[in-house]
Design a protein around this ligand. Sequence first.
Ligand code: XMP
Length: 514
Amino acid sequence: MKRETVIVLDFGGQYNQLVARRVRECQVYCEIYSYKTDIEKIKEMNPKGIILTGGPNSCYEASSPTYTEELFQLGIPVLGLCYGAQLMQYLLGGKVERAAVREYGKTQVQVDTDSRLFAGVSPETICWMSHFDYISRTAPGFRVIAHTADCPVAAAENEAQKLYAIQFHPEVLHTVEGTKMLSNFVLDICGCAGDWRMDSFVEESIKAIRKKVGDGKVLCALSGGVDSSVAAVLLSKAVGEQLTCVFVDHGLLRKNEGDEVEAVFGPDGSYDLNFIRVNAQERFYEKLKGVSEPEKKRKIIGEEFIRVFEEEAKKIGMVDFLVQGTIYPDVVESGLGGESAVIKSHHNVGGLPDYVDFKEIIEPLRDLFKDEVRKAGLEMGIPEYLVFRQPFPGPGLGIRIIGDVTAEKVKIVQDADAIYREEIAKAGLDRNINQYFAALTNMRSVGVMGDERTYDYAIALRAVNTIDFMTAESAQIPWEVLQRVTSRIINEVSHVNRVMYDLTSKPPGTIEFE
Ligand code: XMP
């Protein structure tokens, strides 16, 4: 394996990515693999430690995911979590049974702090439990190192063989001292140095990219989003002007965004690269004329984007490499990494361009979680406003305008959205809300301004908190902030006479307002 690594064997648990992230927070590189991964491959990788995740099954049932017992004889420390803990005990001769009641939620756990796993942890600590099955008898050679009122074996160890089983979930934040436990495992028990850092990632990646690219030509579609920006800067640091970034301004970006991207990456910016901005606003507006069905708009924008990009790529001619901003959750969620593949609809602009003449794809961020991409970005001096940019859909404001899209409507929603973002930042809420934006409803209604009757649009404000963007709650924004935003939008943005706040959660709503 290229660097000191702990691997997570995924048994279908919902927290698989979280386990890997927490390990990386201990500055130890970590990758996720399916429990179907062959033991020979694991031996080849020679990881410093192995973590078995939770999962929804019962280990004593014949059809449940399992693993060869040999895993525990490799001399590599193994930590089983929840299902992983039960499976370890079961395979090594312990007993797992169905409990009369499910133990669920924050639970007081008594831990034996003499165990290396719990060194520095309080003897009584709150942990997150979620299980029906329980370990009723540990496997030979194990001793119990934690219990709760209902669970006789909340953790067990075989210190000599470096095998550890934990019934609860140290990876979730409700387990107050979970990070300490994981860090005890990876640093002390597995003996990792803990030197996985973003500066070393940046340095290593630059070297690897240089080696791979040689004097080849590289093309990158830059959207101004976090992933493509960080990928572009990494490439620029590695190969400078061998890199060309094409930024398609489809006229559906947030206010001033096109200019901001140009200021950072363009000729007056701070990076060494060829930057091409394509001002294709009119082309997109023309194609979108009279179209109001959201899926149709998405399709038109996606296809037109490809066409514009393709034209630019043709001008450049044959390139050797095409950069993609794929990040680790994309890899795991597309089923290549772990077991719990979530089928995520990949609705990014462009998709994989098979229409550009290139030899190979480069995905420099493939191993990173989003927060690590941000850290790498900051490390390389990318401005904070770019690094902490909220998610923004590829089709942009095209899908935040209900009904047909016109230049006038784009301007309205841009102006309203800019005011909203400014006020949220002023109120110090910008880092606490995961996504917030203004959308233009297609509704017009009667209002009165001064002495005049108006017949204008209603703006919808949306703000959500979410962990994974699959489910979301509307954010609780202080009333005064909403009032200030409302009055500023009505006073400053022409053709708006009403502002509404969307309280819908997801489901049943979606985050976008399209
Ligand atoms: P929904 O509206 O499906 O959005 O609840 C979930 C998350 O995905 C973002 N989103 C997109 N991101 N291209 C993207 O890159 C798209 O076409 C797209 N559509 C929605 C949305 O902003 C939210 O963060």
